[in-house]
Design a binder for this molecule. Structure first.
Ligand code: FAD
Length: 416
């Protein structure tokens, strides 16, 4: 995020997050990428020890009670060490804990949030199913009431932290024939539940070592006290979770690609060709210029979105649009940036002498997960159309359509 906009406290937080990122052992990053490690427990323990988990969660549960801007500042710094680590930093403590704090009972907050923010336990979230992730409201995992419990059956796919999680936030259809927004319920399911099984089967291109696996639920009994926001209340939980899910991703994506710009800048300033530093060739120097411009453009949007939410004055639809834009713009900027950086570094950039190839493999996921960029476009379009109609109804602005010489040739304005 932009240092010149930060308060002294925010700068202190940034430096704390940087110090944590600097602590991350190099071997951990390499071993996770090589899949020698399936889940980095020690990383989350250390984050908990430093009170760097759940920054937005109230202090009463072990968080810091901070806002979105602070969360964005930290997420960018946390992303620097590795995309996979940043994802784990966010999923349990920021996303799942937020859902529990907003929609869970006091008992669940004490049982899950408090130890989670100490780094003692971890929580994953299960939305995506083998049959599809985008069509979330079409979830086919079912939960049926049996005595005091709900019995879950179904499968979830690509669940980060499936290896290593102690709790899973699982969405299941409790009113399968109901309208989409009333079909689902959100359950906190303990790993120890009978009938819950995980399979570590994905050969991921990047973002490795985070325990992404498949989740199988066969007659899993869950007591009603583990339901968030009441039965059939899953849609509201989902909508709320998509804020940290997408905005957090946007900020950490920028952090994860930032080192590539630094490496490419350093390389181009040293490497010579045709008797001079390659930075002197505009074809190279302008790539660096484009990279920092893309980064700052995306960062501006992410930062503005954080400010918009923190202000509490911007309506939910516009926030949804800005979050979706932030996720789309930052992930596409990051992809362009890493490709340009690799180009600047040339052949050696394509090898594992530099981490650019890992960053490229990691960053590619940013356009797919937490809602694909096409789904972001669906939301942006829908929210913009609603907003446009509202804004025009409330405060009419100059209708520039009429400032054309033949604007009043009504018979030429045919729409059907
Ligand atoms: C490494 C990794 C980690 C992940 N972690 C998690 C996790 O922890 N928890 C979790 O629940 N999920 C997780 N996911 C799942 C991820 O969020 C989904 O892969 C993603 O939402 C897309 O779902 P899908 O793969 O089923 O693709 P589909 O939904 O089948 O989409 C396929 C294509 O169709 C397009 N498409 C679909 N519907 C529309 C539409 N209406 N308009 C336009 N285009 C459309 C999509 O954009 C995409 O290009 C993870 C995925 C990966 C790869």
């Amino acid at each position: 995020m932009f240092d010149f906009m930060m308060t002294e406290d925010q700068k202190k937080l940034r430096d704390e997050a940087r110090a944590f990122t600097n602590w991350v052992p190099r071997e951990l990053i390499l071993d996770m990428d090589a899949e020698k490690i399936q889940f980095p427990h020690e990383y989350l323990k250390e984050a908990g020890k430093r009170n760097l988990l759940g920054l937005r969660i109230p202090k009463a549960y072990g968080g810091r009670g901070l806002g979105w801007v602070e969360n964005g500042i930290a997420a960018e710094e946390i992303g620097v060490a590795s995309y996979s680590l940043a994802c784990l930093w966010g999923v349990g403590a920021d996303i799942v804990c937020d859902a529990i704090v907003q929609f869970g009972t006091e008992e669940l907050k004490q049982e899950i949030v408090v130890p989670l923010l100490k780094g003692e336990v971890y929580a994953a979230e299960g939305l995506t199913e083998p049959r599809g992730g985008s069509d979330f409201f079409g979830t086919t995992t079912r939960a049926v009431k049996s005595g005091d419990d709900w019995v879950l059956n179904g499968q979830k796919r690509f669940i980060v932290g499936a290896e290593g999680a102690d709790w899973f936030l699982i969405y299941a259809a409790t009113r399968p024939d109901g309208p989409p927004h009333e079909r689902l319920s959100a359950f906190m399911v303990p790993r120890t539940a009978k009938g819950l099984e995980t399979k570590y089967i994905y050969g991921l291109m990047g973002v490795r070592g985070g325990g992404a696996g498949r989740l199988l639920l066969t007659d899993v009994h869950v007591p009603e006290r583990f339901v968030l926001n009441g039965i059939h209340g899953g849609a509201e939980v989902f909508q709320r979770m998509m804020i940290p899910e997408r905005l957090g991703t946007a900020a950490m994506t920028l952090g994860s690609v930032r080192p590539a710009v630094e490496i490419a800048t350093r390389y181009a300033s040293r490497r010579k060709a045709f008797g001079q530093k390659i930075m002197n060739f505009q074809a190279v120097g302008f790539k660096i210029a484009d990279c920092v411009t893309l980064m700052d453009t995306a960062r501006s949007l992410v930062y503005s979105t954080c400010l918009a939410i923190d202000s509490g004055t911007v309506d939910a639809g516009r926030i949804r649009r800005m979050i979706s834009q932030s996720k789309k713009v930052s992930s596409e900027a990051a992809w362009e940036v890493i490709n340009k950086c690799m180009q600047v570094v040339g052949g050696i950039g394509y090898t594992n002498v530099y981490p650019l190839e890992r960053i490229l493999r990691d960053i590619r996921l940013s356009m797919i997960w937490v809602g694909t960029n096409e789904i972001m476009q669906v939301i942006i379009q829908a929210e913009w159309v609603k907003e446009y109609e509202k804004v025009h109804a409330k405060a009419p602005v100059r209708d520039v359509e009429n400032d054309a010489p033949n604007a009043y040739e009504i018979e030429e304005k045919i729409y059907e």
